[in-house]
Design a protein around this ligand. Structure first.
Ligand code: ADP
Ligand code: F6P
Length: 319
């Protein structure tokens, strides 16, 4: 394989640039030509493809977002769209493609692989919601962004002796809430994976208040329900002044953490090695700090673990 390409697709995440850089530079070091495809599958279908040099990916390892831009394309979900994509790749002499994105982007990549065009996926999303990898690219940075916000909210919460309900992202997954809640010292953590008991949450809140706690912080994953609903119930039941903060897209941006730069670099290099070895239709991931390759089918059929131990620890530490 002499010519490969890389694109980013779906929601961006910090660390995507580190992965793009790794794909380009690993490819160059293996004497390949590496192309960047701009605007995800939309750019692929429209032939927005450019030859990359080592310099094209200079000065990006520390930047959030994606230098290749990203997109969501309905057209690429059709046979015709996928065929147009393959034609563009072939017209440029490209023989393999690395797709950095989430579950949806991998479905597109799998379609290309099933049509005989080799693809490898790199899990890039802040949600940490992809089976077959312990971590997705951007999750660690998003958690750090959230705990930075919690630390700030804690200051004003203490000054006013208030309760705060903080809503974090994660789509249907609660990992951002669980990790940031535990590392941010939240009193309660609500996620879609574990049923919650509002009476118990209020009881714990009141116990803390009576013991002299100056504030309480409750983290809720967006996949549970709007934070405003929980905030209203808690204020009514506890009688304590409660505020709601929805952190939103700040969680998607910012300079990637050292962990995400490492992960992006390792996954990017491995993706190129796999293409060179003739592999296709796989996602690269990390398991117990080893870089792995998992069939897309196993990713789509895989189950995400629920870390009950983390919930237990969080409960016992937030008394
Ligand atoms: P993510 O990759 O973050 O999960 P999306 O679900 O929005 O984001 O998917 C990104 C893009 O991948 C979609 O806009 C579409 O172009 C492509 N895609 C998603 N699902 C499929 C599918 N079943 N077949 C082909 N392409 C798909
Ligand atoms: O998948 C990443 C994510 O940020 C989710 O956490 C969130 O639900 C969604 O994307 C938001 O999507 P959009 O950028 O389209 O508002």
């Amino acid at each position: 394989m002499k010519k490969i390409a890389v694109l980013t697709s779906g929601g961006d995440s910090p660390g995507m640039n580190a992965a793009i850089r790794a794909v380009v530079r690993r490819g160059l070091s293996l004497n390949m030509e590496v192309y960047g495809i701009y605007h995800g599958y939309t750019g692929l279908m429209n032939g927005h493809i450019e030859l990359m040099t080592a310099g094209s990916v200079g000065d990006i390892i520390h930047r959030g977002g994606t230098m290749l831009y990203t997109a969501r394309s309905l057209e690429f979900k059709t046979e015709e769209g996928q065929q147009r994509g393959i034609e563009q790749l072939k017209a440029n002499g490209i023989e393999g493609l690395v797709v950095i994105g989430g579950d949806g982007s991998f479905r597109g990549a799998q379609k290309l692989a099933q049509k005989g065009f080799p693809t490898i996926g790199i899990p890039g999303t802040i949600d940490n919601d992809i089976p077959g990898t312990d971590f997705t690219l951007g999750f660690d940075t998003a958690v750090n962004t959230v705990i930075d916000a919690i630390d700030k909210i804690r200051d004003t919460a203490t000054s006013h002796e208030r309760t705060y309900v903080v809503e974090v992202m994660g789509r249907h997954r609660g990992d951002i809430a669980l990790w940031s809640g535990l590392s941010g010292g939240a009193e309660s953590i609500l996620t879609p994976e574990v049923d919650y008991d509002i009476e118990d949450i209020v009881k714990r809140l009141m116990e803390g208040h009576h013991r002299g706690k100056k504030h309480s912080i409750i983290i809720i994953a967006e996949g549970v329900c709007p934070a405003s609903e929980i905030g209203k119930i808690i204020e009514e039941k506890s009688g304590l002044e409660t505020r709601v903060t929805v952190l939103g897209h700040v969680q998607r941006g910012g300079s990637p953490s050292a962990f995400d730069r490492m992960l992006g670099s390792r996954l990017g290099a491995k993706a190129v090695d796999l293409l060179l070895a003739g592999e296709a239709g796989k996602m690269v991931g990390i398991s117990k700090n080893e870089i792995t390759a998992v069939d897309f089918d196993d990713v789509f059929n895989g189950k995400l673990p629920v870390d009950t131990e983390m919930y237990e620890i969080s409960k016992s530490l937030s008394i």
